[in-house]
Write a new protein. Structure first.
Length: 511
């Protein structure tokens, strides 16, 4: 792609991905690379950002990037470790600070007229997170700003376009962080803001056309955002040569298979719905261990998909909805770069469809960008805003063994819960929601009769990436109405509880 590009060198900070997301929000394309793998085509990058790190520049484990083609050559911004690195190894001094500097601080300008601070006011809040401090600046530099506890909070190296900040512009608590990044990238580095969802669609479609020609491509649709957006991009590029397969494993939400299939057909996709519910349920019969259930579902899915994919004549490619967080090679906290790239190309014993060439049209995008790209192709907002749903579906929300009757009960309960979230305008405020069918019966009374029926747990969480999550404080009235409706309408359930555990320590799913 011919975009202006920014390089982020990763030193293992937990915030590196956030830097990339902030830069992308500015409509500027950027890539994260490990600190010790400066891309060979470094000339293509218009500016470079050095990330933070859990390691100290003073320690034996200090991470050394090769800046020979960067510092003094290109606009460079050091963040936290990056700022300390530029001081420590370029004739300044970094020392252990007396106290760990963590939390909010306020900027006090020393050179307020620098274009780095355009549209930013004195006293602007920044977020500090470091235990070393910059005692003296590198040779030939000028102090730009301080905070109460940190004298050298921002500086620049004269006669270069090198800037450095001790705080983290990428985190939400740095109120003007995005503006600072914009000032550096747009005002100082002159990077054009040319990365938009529309431009991504146009270029990706052209690239896919050139790459795939008249080849046939097979793609597994899940009903989720990533696979759906990947399908639309490929559809724009190769039309009917894209063969989509949507497998019903019998563990989807109520009516999901028919509803989503209809929606895909309405989008003009060449999609085959395969109802393999019975095959999945048969394979799962009598299995109650969560991992065994997951493995069984994975195995049957591969069998079903393989049957379908290999029945398409001369198919050459397998498309996947892989997104950027899955392919970033990040640096481990101990300093050694650890390749976390998932390998698609294993040796031997693979199903036929996995021997196909791989095409991954979304692999440069973050999740929120996938949604923006989908919206720019006029995809349905409801489809793009769908909550994440696990691949093994309701199987891991039915604790213990599965039966068709248990699936039916949970589908009914889940549908009431989700529909109510929608009608109360709560759906979009929740990151993920669902119901769990518990392996206990409890006593109840209905009319004059004693009942001994199932208990369900409702779960709704807020999260950004599923790694951590908080339970959502749903209104009591909502819970009351939903509980009543479930118990009145779903035969076999006489008790509803609401899960008030956060992750960690509880996971989002119960299995
Ligand atoms: P946990 O339960 O680990 O879930 O807190 C985090 C996120 O991952 C989803 N999840 C899965 N997704 N296959 C999937 O495709 C799985 O086996 C699986 N297990 C959990 C879960 O729904 C949540 O979004």
């Amino acid at each position: 792609m011919q975009h202006n590009k920014v390089l982020i060198l990763d030193f293992g900070s937990q915030y590196t991905q956030l830097i990339a997301r902030r830069v992308r929000e500015l409509n500027i394309y950027c890539e994260i690379h490990p600190f010790n793998k400066v891309p060979l085509e470094i000339d293509d990058y218009k500016a470079v950002i050095l990330s933070g790190s859990p390691v100290s520049v003073r320690s034996k484990e200090a991470l050394h990037p090769d800046l020979s083609q960067i510092k003094g050559v290109k606009p460079l911004l050091g963040v936290c470790y990056g700022a300390q690195y530029l001081a420590h190894f370029f004739e300044g001094e970094v020392a252990e600070s007396n106290t760990r500097e963590y939390g909010r601080a306020n900027l006090s300008f020393v050179k307020s007229d620098d274009s780095f601070f355009e549209h930013i006011n004195e006293g602007s809040q920044v977020w500090m997170s470091h235990s070393d401090t910059i005692k003296s600046l590198p040779k030939g530099s000028e102090l730009l700003a301080s905070t109460h506890d940190v004298k050298n909070a921002a500086y620049k190296i004269n006669d270069e376009l090198t800037y450095a900040i001790q705080f983290h512009p990428e985190v939400y608590h740095t109120t003007d962080g995005k503006q600072l990044l914009e000032n550096f990238l747009v005002n100082i580095a002159k990077v054009e803001q040319d990365w938009t969802p529309q431009s991504f669609v146009e270029e990706t479609v052209e690239e896919l056309k050139a790459k795939l020609g008249d080849d046939k491509v097979v793609l597994g649709l899940s009903g989720g955002v990533d696979s759906s957006v990947a399908a639309m991009l490929l559809h724009k590029a190769i039309g009917k040569n894209l063969y989509c397969i949507f497998v019903n494993n019998g563990l989807l939400r109520k009516n999901e298979f028919t509803d989503v299939l209809k929606q895909y057909e309405g989008m003009g996709l060449n999609v085959k719905g395969v109802d393999a519910s019975a095959r999945f349920l048969d394979a799962l019969a009598g299995k109650s261990d969560p991992e065994e259930k997951r493995k069984t579902i994975g195995r049957v899915f591969i069998e079903v998909f393989d049957d379908e994919a290999t029945s398409i004549q001369d198919v050459k490619w397998l498309a996947q909805g892989t997104i950027y967080p899955d392919v970033i090679e990040s640096v481990s906290a101990t300093g050694g770069p650890s390749a976390t790239i998932k390998s698609h190309h294993n040796v031997g014993g693979l199903p036929d469809f996995m021997k196909l060439k791989i095409v991954e049209p979304l692999k440069a995008l973050f999740k929120d960008e996938v949604r923006r790209v989908g919206a720019s192709m006029d995809m349905d907002a409801k489809l793009l805003g769908r909550h994440p749903f696990p691949g093994p579906g309701l199987a891991i929300r039915i604790l213990g063994d599965l039966t068709a009757e248990k699936v039916r009960i949970l589908q009914e309960v889940d549908a009431i819960f989700i529909n109510n979230l929608r009608s109360w305008n709560l759906y979009d405020k929740v990151w993920q929601a669902g119901a769990m069918l518990l392996p206990v019966n409890s006593v109840g009374v209905m009319g004059d009769e004693r009942t001994y029926e199932k208990c369900v747990a409702l779960r709704a969480v807020e999260s950004t990436d599923g790694m951590t999550a908080d339970w959502v404080n749903l209104p009591y009235e909502f819970l009351q109405k939903t509980s009543n409706e479930i118990i009145n309408k779903v035969k076999g359930v006489n008790r509803v509880v609401y899960d008030i555990s956060s992750k960690p320590p509880a996971t989002i799913e119960w299995e």
